[in-house]
Write a protein of this length. Structure first.
Length: 290
């Protein structure tokens, strides 16, 4: 099956990066929000729509395939199955993740809807909209959670945290270094002027966890980006110092992702989208006029 769905997916995710909650005032931003099924009261007024602020808008029917849940999330049997980022864990349901994020951020996370599309046997096909990410922010601390494609229900497969700290009230690197080692088993190198401390713990095909002193750029469904072939999951941490002050931390980034689950759901996605095209082609009764 062609993987041309990736550019479409990237486009939709790029659109979702536009701030929609409370700040989507321009027509372009509001149209992007409307396409994702997310409308703020301000956008509703601008577009001439009637939407109750307390009632999220249901994404429109785009004529796509209604994906069915046919695979179940399998918890990781290594440390990544237990690790958490501010209480968020891989495999959490959308409801539990929403509750955890609401508790930390002080308000419910924003839900971003998206869809996937591809071409198979010359036929273009796309899915219906589905919730793909949850995001919330508490000051300069932001959380983003990726939810599984509907073929696996809606569970957490990736967690990202990005936190920035004011220079005059920044954490001590030594304390953070010790906390990360204690909680995640990642031992970051001392801070230097020639690079930022980072580390990655990843699970290989045998389930064993290995740590490195470099960050990761692993991308689901792209094995060439994995630290090791058939990588199952990883936790990545990167710390940035406060300018020339190597004793304090300016920002912190953490990523926890279940690559195995994402590979399983993408394989099932291909199967269902291929099947929808095959069904249409096999059931076609169209005859060319001669």
């Amino acid at each position: 099956m062609s993987r041309s769905f990736l550019p479409a997916f990237a486009f939709v995710l790029a659109a979702s990066a536009v701030p929609l909650s409370g700040h989507a005032q321009s027509l372009t931003q509001c149209l992007l929000a409307h396409n994702q099924g997310l409308i703020t009261p301000a956008c509703a007024h601008l577009l001439g729509l009637s939407v109750q602020p307390s009632q999220p808008q249901t994404p429109p029917d785009n004529g796509g395939v209604h994906l069915r849940q046919s695979v179940t999330y399998q918890p990781l049997d290594n440390v990544f199955g237990q690790d958490s980022i501010l209480g968020l864990k891989l495999g959490m349901t959308q409801a539990d993740a929403t509750s955890t994020m609401t508790s930390y951020c002080g308000k419910a996370p924003q839900v971003t809807n998206t869809y996937l599309s591809t071409t198979y046997k010359g036929v273009g096909v796309n899915t219906q909209y589905f919730p793909s990410t949850l995001t919330c922010q508490k000051g300069q601390d932001s959380l983003t959670v990726r939810l599984s494609i509907p073929v696996m229900g809606a569970v957490v497969t990736k967690i990202e945290r990005s936190a920035s700290f004011p220079m005059e009230a920044s954490p001590h690197y030594a304390d953070l270094q010790a906390d990360i080692a204690s909680k995640y088993g990642l031992h970051l190198q001392p801070m230097t002027r020639y690079g930022t401390p980072s580390g990655t713990a990843y699970a290989g095909p045998d389930g064993k966890v290995v740590t490195t002193q470099t960050g990761t750029t692993a991308e689901a469904n792209e094995p060439l980006t994995y630290t090791t072939p058939h990588e199952m999951a990883y936790l990545s941490v990167t710390v940035i110092p406060v300018g020339e002050n190597l004793s304090n931390v300016s920002s912190l980034r953490l990523t926890l992702e279940d690559l195995r689950a994402e590979e399983v759901m993408y394989a099932e996605l291909f199967k269902q989208m291929n099947g929808s095209v095959d069904a249409k082609l096999s059931g076609s009764t169209v005859k060319a006029a001669l």
